[in-house]
Design a binder for this molecule. Structure first.
Ligand code: ADP
Ligand code: MG
Length: 456
């Protein structure tokens, strides 16, 4: 097997373990750069597109990747990740006349660094965002704010259902701002990150650092702000952050799954501030928009798909999150088996129950998984998520962790956070433990499948 084929085979297996978004986010632009022998071992150098991707893969999937490589090659393997992107000839062509090539390159590097620092995903640009009647108001407001932050609407509050493009649009604003001002200070965080960070800062008696980090930002993007509702200290801190930034002339952008008015347990002084700028909703994407999103996503993945194909898929799949998953499955089918994309192949893929690809039900949320496990073992959710180390609680807790990994492909950090800020090594250990037990005990295996069956 050559490097390319080998890596395709590794990716195909990783795809079975990882959630679709994790897979496409972290593994899309990876490839094997080099394979060297070192005594009995082989050293496989894997190129990843960014430092962030490197760190994320190392912490979460290094072990699995290594095991897959070993099973495919039959050799003891050491893996090394290096940050490198494949430069396509296209990049050179688009970079303009030769004499400003270096300047362009430097600019791009600077931008990349700023994006990383701000916590932004470089694919979520305005260019990659399709506009339709369902989101055109939000888009117009977002571009205006991105161009003249602190002036147009402050805060800009965008709300709407799952997968309507709030996160994408919000990140595009940050990217647009940094494109014009690569040294600008932008920070993208989720409401959950903000919450965890302040709690951690209080625990470490280090709130000074936290305040400095947030209050001096020129462009603050907080995604899913509804998360802070009902938490007094967090809301208090956010209130001061909000005021400090606004006072300095900085911009604040917020997203939520509902309007400020509908967020329960939101302090009224926050509610009135959230409503003090512009509040805009984004509707579920219509058929045309879904088609456009597919075309954009395919292009990003380096593939062109015919419009008719995109239309066909958009007709059958309504949720954007699912759309991306289906597209990935179709493209990987094409890459792995050399299958042409025809309506038949698409139908086949859509018909295939997702269980077959082991990623399982996309509808089961992390909450459902935890509560289903709790119910099964007749415990409370708070006990499962809690700190007590009684044997009759520890095992169900490990099962929940195992299922969150397997069914949703959550990262160790994500699960750690869900379980009261546990360290990622603890989570890793729990997963491993259950994996081992399942291998040895058919009863446990059965037990876990019956929990799984109870999930949506
Ligand atoms: P939300 O935050 O509202 O739940 P996301 O921003 O995460 O939704 O969008 C889900 C997926 O759909 C992302 O991959 C995003 O890039 C894509 N998407 C949603 N709307 C659009 C759009 N108008 N144009 C391009 N991609 C979109
Ligand atoms: Mg979102």
């Amino acid at each position: 097997m050559n490097k390319e084929k080998l890596w395709q085979a590794v990716l195909a297996q990783l795809q079975l373990i990882l959630s679709r978004s994790n897979f496409s986010l972290w593994f899309k632009k990876t490839f094997i750069k080099k394979i060297k022998s070192q005594g009995q071992k082989q050293v496989v150098e894997i190129a990843v597109p960014s430092l962030f991707a490197k760190e994320t893969i190392e912490t979460n999937w290094q072990q699995q990747t290594k095991e897959i490589l070993e099973s495919l090659t039959g050799k003891k393997t050491k893996i090394v990740f290096v940050v490198k992107t494949k430069t396509k000839p296209l990049d050179v062509k688009t970079s303009g006349p030769l004499f400003d090539f270096d300047a362009e390159k430097e600019k791009r590097n600077l931008l990349k660094k700023s994006l990383l620092k701000a916590g932004l995903n470089q694919n979520y640009t305005f260019q990659n965002f399709a506009v339709a009647p369902t989101n055109e108001m939000a888009y117009a407001a977002a571009t205006a704010v991105s161009k003249t932050p602190g002036k147009a609407y402050n805060p800009l509050f965008i709300y709407g259902g799952v997968g309507v493009g709030k996160t994408h649009l919000m990140q595009a604003m940050g990217i647009g701002f940094l494109q014009r001002k690569p040294q600008g200070s932008v920070l993208y965080k989720t409401g959950e990150d903000f919450t965890n960070e302040i709690i951690e800062a209080i625990r470490r008696k280090n709130t000074g650092f936290f305040k400095k980090k947030y209050r001096n930002v020129a462009f603050l993007l907080i995604d899913d702000i509804q998360f802070i509702a009902g938490r007094d200290t967090v809301q208090e801190e956010f209130f001061h952050t909000f005021n400090a930034i606004k006072q300095m002339g900085g911009q604040i952008v917020l997203t939520s799954d509902r309007s400020p008015e509908e967020i329960e347990k939101l302090e009224s002084r926050l509610r009135s501030r959230f409503e003090g700028g512009l509040t805009i909703d984004v509707q579920e994407p219509n058929f045309e928009l879904r088609t456009a999103i597919l075309l954009i996503k395919a292009k990003q993945a380096g593939e062109e798909i015919p419009i008719e194909t995109a239309k066909f898929i958009a007709q059958q799949v309504e949720s954007t999150r699912k759309l991306e998953g289906v597209l990935i499955r179709i493209l990987s089918e094409k890459r792995l088996r050399g299958k042409k994309i025809t309506p038949e192949t698409i139908k086949e893929i859509l018909k295939k129950p997702e269980k077959e690809t082991k990623t399982s039900s996309p509808r089961a949320s992390s909450k459902e998984i935890v509560s289903r496990v709790a119910q099964f073992y007749q415990l409370k959710v708070s006990q499962i998520k809690g700190k007590r180390r009684l044997k009759q609680i520890v095992f169900p807790r490990q099962v929940a962790i195992f299922l969150l990994r397997r069914e949703l492909g959550l990262t160790y950090q994500e699960i750690g956070r869900m379980f009261g800020g546990r360290d990622h090594t603890t989570i890793m250990h729990s997963e491993k433990k259950i994996k081992e037990i399942v291998k040895k005990s058919p009863e446990t295996k059965k037990e876990i499948s019956s929990i799984k069956q109870g999930l949506a």
